[in-house]
Design a protein around this ligand. Structure first.
Ligand code: SAJ
Length: 435
């Protein structure tokens, strides 16, 4: 049924799926606009900066066996039995709309080249209604064909997680939203070649809502924890103790408050969901949750200002240590990281920043500092990402050493990494989110 497929967009989503289909014996042609990425792949090199167990080796294997190659043009779609689209769909906060430029361009080029009877699978995360109101019309217009009759159309959202790209692709269930039953069934035929998880079929719109809801749900859960942290700070209890005890109660699973929410999924999918329902329903809690999570970096700056004020100082004349830029512990990915608005805000208020993140080489083309260098002479240490390398700082011995090397003993704890009472006992001014 499927002999040759094309995968458009060779990123965190496209590369694993292309390699997996090739490994499964299909001829796969990857299409990407970046010439150097195409060349890298054709030389058998994994071109992304995440470490993915098994993926670079699998890529080299299928390239060497000529089962997978990459090109920059769309002519290869002419004899493809299926075409998968996994291009980026960022959300433009300024215009408060999704940026579908890449998606529209891909759909137009595919429409111009696709053959009769092919299956088109949109994997990119999109706002509900996008399949029916944007993509299907482009594909039909550019091809002169009719979806459901001359070609098949599905939305099959991905669940990638850098560091677990292959694992998630192979093991997790997937939703296949079909234009019609035939499209959904064909989608199942195709994806069962790479996915051991259960393939759940539904319609396209439901699949669009499911994917954006998965991450919106998490955004709202985290926002609840963050709002409770602010409440606990103001009535003088430790939110992490509250959380532990709340979660002892059956059916409770409160998530973890902190310095903010980053990454490329959780931060944008609720905006896509809200965009998809605009004009029909205006969610309140979902939008408010996003605002609460976006407020947490602002709150971190407030905690810095408050601690410095207690010492008769201000941000403007201070040297401030930033520990952690990544959006998650122990990774080097800082897309939409809460560290970025914290850094920007403190710089705007005139602070001199000394930034350390063991998982990141450079930030804005500037090298970062070692832990010791970033802490020396500091007026405030701001912990934003709970990398393992920072854990040992929280021990009593190291806190005493820390106190000797800083100018002003202030700790702002964004991830509950320090024991506040111990810090205070050792003479630190301590502020912690939710504590
Ligand atoms: N965060 C909190 N408190 C929490 C959990 C997360 O503040 O309790 C923050 C993290 O620090 C991070 C951000 O939220 O800055 C996102 O963290 P995440 O654990 O959700 O990691 P992501 O963004 O990589 O989320 C991905 C998503 N997976 C996909 O989109 C396929 C998400 O749906 C998954 O739940 C998550 O991975 C996961 O748990 O694997």
């Amino acid at each position: 049924m499927f002999k040759k497929i094309c995968v458009v967009g060779l990123g965190y989503v496209g590369i694993p799926v292309a390699v997996k289909f090739a490994k499964g014996g299909l001829f796969v042609v990857g299409i990407d606009i970046l010439r150097n990425k195409v060349d890298e792949i054709n030389n058998g090199n994994y071109p992304l900066d995440s470490t993915e167990p098994g993926l670079p080796e699998m890529l080299r294997e299928v390239v060497d066996k000529r089962l997978f190659r990459a090109v920059t043009e769309y002519g290869e779609c002419k004899d493809a039995d299926a075409i998968l689209v996994s291009v980026e769909t960022p959300f433009s906060k300024e215009d408060n709309v999704p940026n579908y430029k890449a998606l529209e361009s891909a759909a137009t080029s595919i429409g111009k080249n696709m053959k009769k009877g092919t299956l088109i699978s949109i994997e990119s995360t999109i706002a509900p209604m996008t399949m029916g109101t944007l993509l299907q019309p482009i594909l039909e217009k550019e091809s002169g064909m009719k979806a459901g009759e001359d070609f098949y159309l599905i939305h099959c959202p991905e669940r990638v997680m850098p560091g677990k790209l292959l694992y998630n692709l192979e093991k997790l269930d997937r939703v296949i939203g079909g234009l019609d039953d035939k499209s959904a069934e064909l989608g199942k035929e195709l994806y069962k070649r790479v996915c051991e998880g259960t393939l759940h079929t539904t319609d396209m719109l439901t699949a669009e809502v499911v994917k954006t809801t998965e991450n919106t749900y998490r955004d709202v859960e985290i926002a609840f924890a963050n709002e409770l942290a602010l409440l606990c700070e103001n009535i003088g209890v430790d939110v992490y103790e509250v959380r532990d005890l709340v979660n002892k109660s059956p059916g409770r699973n409160m998530l973890v408050p902190g310095a903010g929410v980053g990454g490329h999924c959780i931060t944008k999918d609720s905006l896509l969901l809200v965009h998809g329902s605009s004009g029909r329903f205006e969610p309140k809690m979902i939008k408010l949750a996003r605002q609460i999570n976006d407020y947490m970096p602002v709150h971190m700056i407030e905690l810095v200002q408050d601690a410095l004020k207690e010492k008769g100082m201000s941000v403007a004349s201070s040297v401030i240590t930033i520990l952690g830029v990544s959006y998650l512990p122990n990774v080097g990915d800082y897309r939409n990281s809460p560290a970025l608005p914290i850094i920007e805000g403190l710089r705007r208020d005139g602070a001199t920043l000394k930034i350390c993140d063991p998982h990141i080489e450079k930030l804005d083309k500037k090298g970062l500092l070692s832990i010791d260098d970033s802490i020396a002479e500091s007026d405030a240490i701001v912990l934003i990402t709970a990398h393992n390398e920072f854990m040992e700082l929280a021990g009593e011995k190291n806190l005493k050493k820390l106190k000797d090397s800083v100018n002003t003993p202030i700790i702002i704890d964004g991830r509950n990494m320090f024991d506040g009472d111990l810090c205070k006992r050792l003479g630190f001014t301590y502020r912690g989110v939710g504590k």
